[in-house]
Design a protein around this ligand. Structure first.
Ligand code: URA
Ligand code: SF4
Length: 202
């Protein structure tokens, strides 16, 4: 019997996303309208990881579709990157009340889903959007992070969920919305992370 790996991935990912949509592992499930597992493709071998869904994401069950998402989508398209060609997700899959920062226990409860997504999708590069994501990802490479400015604009090689990859760090697009002065650095970080000698997957 021939097993097509793409098909197998799709099935695994679909099952995982179904689990996420039904998950009650942490208190955030009580407030959500929809869990937001993530979406997109691996044509470029890149995964983008935000913090947690906001109001519009919770409403639609899709990542980065509110104001911050629009900024992100536009920044990608300026580099010729279609958002459908990148897998976009968050550390925490359900919206925290009033968009507060997810708590440590919530990050810990939800992190296995991100690790499984990494294991299934095998990204070459994972772009951490903001401090929560950078802390959560770089911890799995044994690197502690206190301030975003210590790691922003940099890539770190290592292994997460058994996959060799680089974690590259930039601002959270919501921070760029609040402070438009960050826009230039955000855009140039993404240009490096999406240029930087990445081989195309296909
Ligand atoms: N902010 C995030 O971190 N993630 C989203 O999906 C939307 C806004
Ligand atoms: Fe489950 Fe994550 Fe949602 Fe918590 S945030 S209920 S761990 S999917």
């Amino acid at each position: 019997m021939v097993i097509y790996s793409e098909y197998t991935h799709a099935v695994d990912l679909q099952e995982l996303h179904e689990q996420i949509r039904n998950c009650t592992k942490c208190p955030l499930h009580r407030h959500r309208k929809n869990a937001v597992p993530g979406e997109g493709g691996m044509k470029l071998g890149v995964m983008l990881v935000g913090e947690a869904p906001g109001a519009v994401e919770d409403e639609q069950g899709r990542p980065f579709v509110g104001p911050a998402g629009q900024l992100l989508t536009k920044s990608l398209s300026q580099l010729g990157v279609h958002r459908e060609d990148v897998f976009i997700t968050n550390v925490v899959k359900c919206r925290p009340p009033e968009n507060r920062t997810p708590r440590e226990d919530e990050v810990e409860a939800c992190m296995p889903y991100l690790l499984k997504q990494i294991e299934i999708l095998k990204p070459r590069r994972v772009v951490a959007l903001g401090l929560v994501s950078a802390v959560a990802l770089l911890r799995h490479m044994g690197r502690g992070v206190e301030r975003l400015s210590d790691v922003r604009g940099r890539c770190f090689k290592g292994r997460i969920a058994g996959i060799e990859l680089e974690v590259c760090v930039t601002y959270h697009p919501a921070a760029v919305l609040r402070n438009p002065k960050l826009r230039g650095e955000f855009q140039s970080d993404l240009a490096v992370f999406f240029g930087g000698g990445l081989e195309r997957y296909f």
